[in-house]
Structures are given as C-alpha cells and as structure tokens.
Design a protein around this ligand. Structure first.
Ligand code: PCA
Length: 328
C-alpha cells in the first residue's frame, strides 16, 4: 500500500465510526482531491456540494475536499479516481486532451467564446464525453467552465509576434500548441505553482481567466491583460463508477441531486466571477485591454489551425459532435 492509500484507508475507517447513519447504512468517508486553491470559485462550489451531500444523507456520505493538489497532484487525479485510490475528484478536462480528443474540445480556440455557446458545446459533447469516461470506469457528476481566456504579459502585445521567445506558461496541450505556433516557449505550470513560477522568471506570460489572475495576484508579475475571450475551458467532477454503484440507492440519488445543483450554481458563479475578477485586476493596476486588430487576427489564425487539427484527430466522433453543436 502506498502512504497515500494507507492514510486514506485510515481516514475512511475513522469517519465510518464518527458519522451518523442514513437509512441504517454504514457511514462512508470519501476523500476528494481537487487541483485549485480554496479561494477559487470552483473549489468553493465543490465545498458547497460536499456540504449538500453531507446534509442530504444525514452524514452517511462525508466528502472531505483536499484542494490545491494537496492530496494528489493535478496530473494524477483522474488516474487515481480511475484506479480507486480515491473515489471522487476534480480536474480540468483538457489536461487530458492527449488521451482522447473529446477531452480537448472545450479548449479549441474561438469555437465557443460565450457562456451560451459553451453550454451548447457541452450539450453537444455530453454523450461522447460520458462514453469516453465510461471506458475509463468513470462517471461524470458535473462540469463547470472557467471564464473566457485572455493573455497576460508584461507589455501590451501588438500582435502574436510579440509572444515570440517569451516563456509562456501553459496548462494543457492546447495552450502548449498555442505557444508553439506563436514561437513562444511552452512551460507547463499548475495554478498552485504559478506565483513561484512568475516570481522566479520561469514564466513571463500566460493565457488564463481573470479568476486565476486574481487568485494568483498576477498584478505582482504582469502589467497587461488582453481580453481575447478565446474559449471557456471546463473542469469536471468524476466518480469511480464502481464506488458510485456501491453506494445505497438513496445516497446515490442524493449525490446526483447535489451534483445537478452544483453544476447550475457553478455556471452562475463563473459568469459572475468573469465580471468581478476583471474589475479586481483593474483595481490592482493591471491594464485590461481589448486586443488590437492585429493581435486578434493573428490569434484567430492560430485558433483556426488548432481547430483543424482537432477535427482531424477527433474523426467521426468529433465530426458528429461539431455537427450537433452547429445545428444548435
Ligand atoms: N484557470 C486554470 C485553467 C483555466 C483557467 O482559467 C489555469 O490557469 O490553469
């Protein structure tokens, strides 16, 4: 047994003795690794989800959230849920785009740039996403987008050429491809490590949301935010299907109900945070700028190439999803 597995087993036992009962079922404790810090709206939403489950089941299912990669590092969370080391976890879907193109769909630049379009894209993708996860023994509980993505740098970028040679922080294969196509140097960094990466000069520009910019106090490191609104990448919360089926029917129903509520609440939180966090950036001295025509056009060109590459890699499944999305 690994140290993590041993301490998790201990924690589960301790919780089983400590919590009450729900329809006479034995209480269960679930450890839930998540990648992002406590101040992030995604994490706050998940904390509320866990509380809803606790209340609805009278403590029969007690989910402990371990945020910011503290229990399991982001790149390992999906694999850990899959293998049953933990029963539930959160991750950025597109972190896994290299495993299956369907996981990269939400991060294709300029395919869906508003909340309404992101929702339509999710609806069109849902069947294929569920099927891909089922092959891994995973069940999707809910999925919530980050705000639209914009470029942070320490100067105003006139066009994509200005990214050439910059150490560009990436968070998934799609953002690494953007760095490559613009001549920047991709450096993969998790959110929890962003302040150090910027402070030490390991990275000097990135594309992410106003939310992550605020959570990581980007005003300490960069001067400009280019509001490119390029895509809305989504996180997902998944459960190990076998662990889920092992729950009592009533507990399972309570989890599904709390998940549906968390999804609706999360989309609202995200949209509200787009406005609030952009204001916070400005209040702290970051220049929030509309991209110049040249920057917008150059980025659109890179986006079109990535969209072609995605369609090519995603084959018939991808074509069907895109058709369903465009018919919407
Ligand atoms: N924040 C996460 C993913 C997308 C976002 O807005 C990050 O920067 O890693």
């Amino acid at each position: 047994m690994t140290t993590v597995a041993r301490s998790l087993a201990g924690a589960t036992l301790a919780l089983a003795f400590a919590t009450g009962s729900f329809a006479a079922a034995a209480a269960q404790g679930w450890d839930m690794p998540t990648p992002y810090p406590d101040a992030t709206f995604h994490t706050q939403n998940i904390a509320e989800f866990a509380q809803d489950v606790r209340e609805a089941t009278g403590g029969a299912l007690d989910i402990t959230v371990h945020s910011a990669g503290s229990l399991i590092k982001h790149p390992e969370i999906k694999r850990s849920v899959r293998s049953g080391i933990v029963p539930i976890g959160e991750m950025l879907i597109s972190l896994h785009a290299n495993e299956n193109p369907i996981y990269g769909l939400d991060s294709v630049p300029f395919l869906a740039t508003s909340y309404a379009d992101a929702k339509a894209l999710y609806d069109a993708q849902r069947g294929a996403l569920d099927a891909a996860l089922a092959e891994e023994g995973l069940t999707l509980l809910f999925s919530v987008p980050w705000p639209p993505q914009g470029i942070y740098a320490s100067a105003e970028l006139d066009d994509v050429e200005d990214l050439r040679g910059l150490r560009f922080r990436t968070y998934n294969p799609g953002t690494a491809r953007i760095a490559e196509l613009s001549g920047a140097m991709p450096v993969q960094v998790e959110v929890a490590d962003l302040p150090t990466a910027f402070a030490t000069g390991r990275v000097e520009a990135t594309i992410t949301s106003p939310s992550t910019g605020v959570n990581s106090k980007f005003w300490d490191f960069v001067t400009h935010y280019h509001d490119t609104q390029a895509w809305l990448p989504r996180n997902m919360v998944v459960v190990n299907s076998r662990a889920f089926q092992g729950l009592d029917a009533e507990v399972r129903a309570a989890v599904l109900e709390a998940a549906a509520a968390a999804e609706a609440r999360g989309w609202e939180m995200s949209e509200a945070d787009t406005v609030a966090a952009t204001e916070t950036l400005a209040e702290n001295g970051v220049a929030v700028v509309t991209p110049s025509e040249a920057l917008a056009a150059g980025f659109q060109e890179i986006g079109a190439q990535i969209a072609d590459e995605w369609a090519e890699s995603a084959g018939e499944t991808g074509a069907a999803v895109l058709e369903a999305y465009r018919a919407n």
